[in-house]
Design a binder for this molecule. Structure first.
Ligand code: FAD
Length: 396
C-alpha cells in the first residue's frame, strides 16, 4: 500500500489512554505541534482509575477527581488507618482536564511505530521529530498479573461495609472463602462518587492471573459475610494485565515507550495512571531541551526502584494468605515516607530499600522470610488449577 499522507510535527503520540492523552496535552501546552492517534480517540476509558491525591501533578485541575477518601483503611490482622488522602478519578473530568484541541487527532490503528514514523492500517504514514508509543500493555499470557473482578453496588446496599468518605484499600480479613492452600486475594472497595461503591477482589503477582469466576465468588463471599446480598444484575468490570512491563533500555533506538507500556505500571500495585500524568512534563521538557526523554525518565535511581519493586512482585506472587497478611502488617507499620517509597515515589531508592528490608525483617515466623525472598516455595502457585480447587462456597 502506498504512502497516502505525510505530515511532519514535533510529537506523535500513538495511543490515547490516560498516559498518551496526558503526554499529548502537555506537549501542546509546551507549544509543540502534536499528532495523536487512537482507534477510538473519543471513547471514555473503560476502567475506573484511582491513586493517592499527592501523586497527581499540580497542573491537573481538581475536576479530574470524582471523590476523595481522606484516610483509607487497610485490614491485615488489625485495622490500619492510612493518613494519606486517596482519590477516585472522574473519567469525564480527567478527559476534560486533558484537552487536545490544537492537536491533529486521528482515528486509526498503528501497524508500525518507529522512532520518527507511524504507519496506520490504511497505509497513511505520519512523521514526527519524536514518536511516543503509549499503546498500553501487551497481552497477559503467563506473565505475573493483576487480576480483579469489580462489582458496582448502590451506596445504600454497600453501607454495612463502606460508607461515604471511607474506603477499604486492602481488606485481608478472612472472609472470601479461600482456604489456606489456595492463592491469596484481597478486597478493594471504594465509593466512586456517583452513588455506587466498587467491590473488587484482587490478586497480584500470580503468573497468568486468577480467573474471573474465582474472584467473583470471593467478592460475593465477602459481601455475604457482612449481610450484603446482590441482585445479580449489578454491573461489573474485569482486570487482567501484566505487572512486569519493564522500562525501556537506555539508548533504545525506536519510538519512546511511555505510560504502562514504558515501565510506568507499578509492579506491586498495578497502578500507572498517576505516575504517567506526573512524568509527562519530564518527557516533554527533555525533548524541548534536546535531551533523551528515556534518560530523563529513567535515571539510575528510578531503575533501581523499579528493580526493587520487581523483587516485591516476585514475593507477592508466592505467598500464602497468612503470609501476605503478616507481610502487609509489617509494611503498613512502616513510616509514611517508607510506605510512600514503595507505593508511589518514582526514585526514592534509599527509603524503598529500607522498607523492603524491614518488611522482610519484621515478618514473623522467621521461616516465612525465606518464602518472601524466594529461597523456599519459589513457584508455590505455578500452574495452580482453580477448577480443581475445593468448593468452599456456593457460586452465583
Ligand atoms: C478494571 C481495571 C481497573 C484499574 N484500576 C486502576 C487504578 O485504579 N489506577 C491505575 O493507575 N491503574 C488502574 N488500572 C490499570 C490501568 O488500566 C492502567 O494503569 C492504564 O489504563 C494505563 O494507561 P495507558 O495510557 O498507559 O494505557 P491504556 O489505558 O491501555 O491505553 C492505551 C491506548 O492505546 C490505544 N492503542 C492500542 N493499540 C493501538 C494501536 N495499534 N494504534 C493506536 N492506538 C492503539 C488503545 O486503544 C488505548 O486507548 C486498572 C485497569 C483495569 C482493567
Amino acid at each position: 500500500m502506498g504512502v497516502s499522507a505525510v505530515r511532519e510535527v514535533d510529537v506523535c503520540v500513538v495511543g490515547l489512554g490516560p498516559a498518551g492523552r496526558a503526554l499529548a496535552h502537555r506537549a501542546l501546552r509546551a507549544g509543540l505541534s502534536v499528532t495523536a492517534i487512537d482507534p477510538r480517540p473519543d471513547r471514555l476509558w473503560p476502567p475506573t482509575f484511582s491513586c493517592w491525591v499527592d501523586e497527581l501533578p499540580d497542573w491537573l485541575p481538581s475536576g479530574a477527581i470524582a471523590t476523595t477518601i481522606p484516610a483509607p483503611t487497610v485490614w491485615t490482622k488489625t485495622e490500619h488507618r492510612i493518613d494519606r488522602p486517596y482519590c477516585v478519578l472522574s473519567k469525564p473530568g480527567l478527559r476534560a482536564a486533558l484537552p487536545l484541541d490544537d492537536a491533529t487527532v486521528i482515528a486509526g490503528r498503528a501497524t508500525r511505530v518507529d522512532a520518527h514514523e507511524v504507519e496506520l492500517t490504511d497505509g497513511a504514514v505520519h512523521t514526527a521529530a519524536a514518536v511516543f508509543d503509549t499503546r498500553g500493555l501487551p497481552t497477559l499470557g503467563r506473565r505475573r498479573a493483576a487480576s480483579a473482578h469489580g462489582i458496582f453496588v448502590a451506596a445504600e446496599t454497600a453501607a454495612p461495609m463502606v460508607s461515604d468518605g471511607e474506603g477499604l484499600l486492602l481488606d485481608w480479613r478472612p472472609e472470601n472463602g479461600a482456604g489456606p492452600d489456595e492463592p491469596p486475594s484481597f478486597l478493594y472497595a471504594v465509593p466512586l462518587g456517583d452513588g455506587t461503591v466498587i467491590f473488587e477482589e484482587t490478586s497480584l503477582g500470580l503468573r497468568g492471573g486468577m480467573p474471573q469466576h474465582e474472584l467473583r465468588k470471593r467478592t460475593l463471599n465477602r459481601l455475604a459475610a457482612h449481610g450484603i446480598r446482590l441482585t445479580g444484575v449489578e454491573p461489573s468490570e474485569a482486570a487482567h494485565y501484566p505487572l512486569d512491563q519493564p522500562p525501556p533500555r537506555k539508548g533504545e533506538a525506536g519510538a519512546i515507550p511511555f505510560g504502562s507500556r514504558g515501565g510506568m505500571m507499578h509492579p506491586c500495585t498495578g497502578y500507572s495512571v498517576a505516575d504517567s500524568l506526573a512524568l509527562a512534563d519530564t518527557a516533554i521538557a527533555a525533548l524541548r531541551q534536546g535531551r533523551d526523554p528515556i534518560a530523563a525518565l529513567w535515571p539510575r535511581r528510578a531503575r533501581l526502584v523499579y528493580w526493587m519493586r520487581m523483587r516485591g512482585l516476585y514475593g507477592l506472587g508466592r505467598l500464602t494468605t497468612e503470609q501476605s497478611i503478616a507481610m502487609f502488617d509489617a509494611f503498613f507499620s512502616a513510616s509514611p515516607r517508607r510506605q510512600r517509597a514503595l507505593l508511589s515515589a518514582h526514585d526514592d531508592y534509599t527509603a524503598l530499600g529500607a522498607v523492603l528490608f524491614n518488611t522482610v525483617a519484621r515478618t514473623w515466623p522467621f521461616r516465612w522470610r525465606y518464602d518472601l525472598v524466594g529461597w523456599t516455595n519459589r513457584n508455590r502457585w505455578l500452574d495452580y488449577d482453580f477448577d480443581q480447587a475445593p468448593v468452599s462456597a456456593a457460586r452465583r
